[in-house]
Design a protein around this ligand. Sequence first.
Ligand SMILES: Cc1ncc(C[n+]2csc(CCOP(=O)(O)OP(=O)(O)O)c2C)c(N)n1
Ligand SMILES: [Mg+2]
Length: 323
Amino acid sequence: MLRVDKKTKIALLRMMLRSRLFEEKIVSVYGKQDMKTPVHLYIGQEAVAAGVCAHLRREDYIFSTHRNHGHYLSKGADMSGMVAELYGRRTGCAKGKGGSMHFVDVSCGCMGTTSIVGGSIPLAVGGALAAKVRKEDRVSVAFFGDGAADEGVFQESLNFAALHKLPAVFVCENNYYATNSHQDARHAHGNIAKRGHAFGMHSERCDGNNAEAVYIASRKAVNRARRGLGPSLLEFSTYRWKGHVGPDCDYMKGCRPKEELESWQKKCPIEAYKKIILKEHILDQSGIDAICAEVSSEIEAAWSAALAAPYPAAEELYKDVYR
Ligand SMILES: Cc1ncc(C[n+]2csc(CCOP(=O)(O)OP(=O)(O)O)c2C)c(N)n1
Ligand SMILES: [Mg+2]
C-alpha cells in the first residue's frame, strides 16, 4: 500500500469528525421541530467523502445526492451557509428555499445535489464533458448510492464517459439499502464495481469504512482522470447508522436487523482511524480532543449565525425558483 503522510492523516480525521459532529448536532436539535427540512444523515459513511475529497481541488466538481452533508463539508463548502439552509434562512446556500437536499456552493465546486435517485451521475458526466470541451483542468465526481445503480442512467452515463474518456470519477457508496430495500432483493450480482469493466473502465471495490483505503483508491481514480486516462468507477462498502431519513435508527421499525447495525457500528470509520492515529503516534489523545473542540466551536458558531439570520421576505417567494 502507498503511504499516507502525517498531514493527510490528520486532515482525514478532521474531515470525518466535521461530518460526524455536524450531523450529531442535527440529531440533538431535530426534535425541537424548528428545522423543517427532511435530513438524510451520513453518519457511518464519513470515510468515503473524506477520502475522495482529499484529492480534489477547489475548482473540481462534485455532484451529490439526498445524503450530501458529508460530501459538501469534505469538499470545503461553507458550513454557515449549510446550517442556514437547514433552517430555511435567507443566508442559506440556496437562499433558504432548498433545504438539506438542495445544497449548492458553486464557489468551491459543490455544483448541486439532487434528490432524484441517480440524478447526480449524468450531471457529473456533463461537468466532465464541459471540462474536456473547454480544456479546463477539472475532475468531476458523482456521488451516489447502491440504489442509484438500479437506474438505467447509471449504465448510460458510464458508457458515455468511457467512450469520450471524460475526467469523471463515479463514487458508489454501497450501504446495502435503498430506503428499506436490501441490495440482495434488487441486484442480480452484488458487485457494482464490476459493471465498470463492461465499459472498459478502471473499477475498484474497497472498504468504505477505512479512510486510508478510500484515500488510496481515490488517488488512483482522480489521477487517472487528471491525466486524460478517462473515468473510473469506485464502489465503497459502508453502512448508514440512522434511518433512511430523519435522526432516528430504524431497526425498531423492522427495517433491518439490530445486530446488523451493531456489527457495523463496531467498524466505525472514525473510531477505527483514531486508533491508527494514536498507534502510529500521529496525535495523542489531547491532539484528537483539540480537533474535536475546534470543530465543535465551528459548528456552534454556524448554528448561532443561522438562527440569528432572517427568513426570506415574502416578496422573494418566487425569486430564483422554477414554477
Ligand atoms: C428516481 C427516484 N426514484 C425513487 C426515489 C425515492 N427514493 C429516495 S432515496 C431512495 C433510496 C436511494 O438509495 P441509495 O441510492 O442507495 O442511497 P442511500 O439513501 O442509501 O444513500 C429512493 C428510492 C427518488 N427520490 N427518485
Ligand atoms: Mg444505499
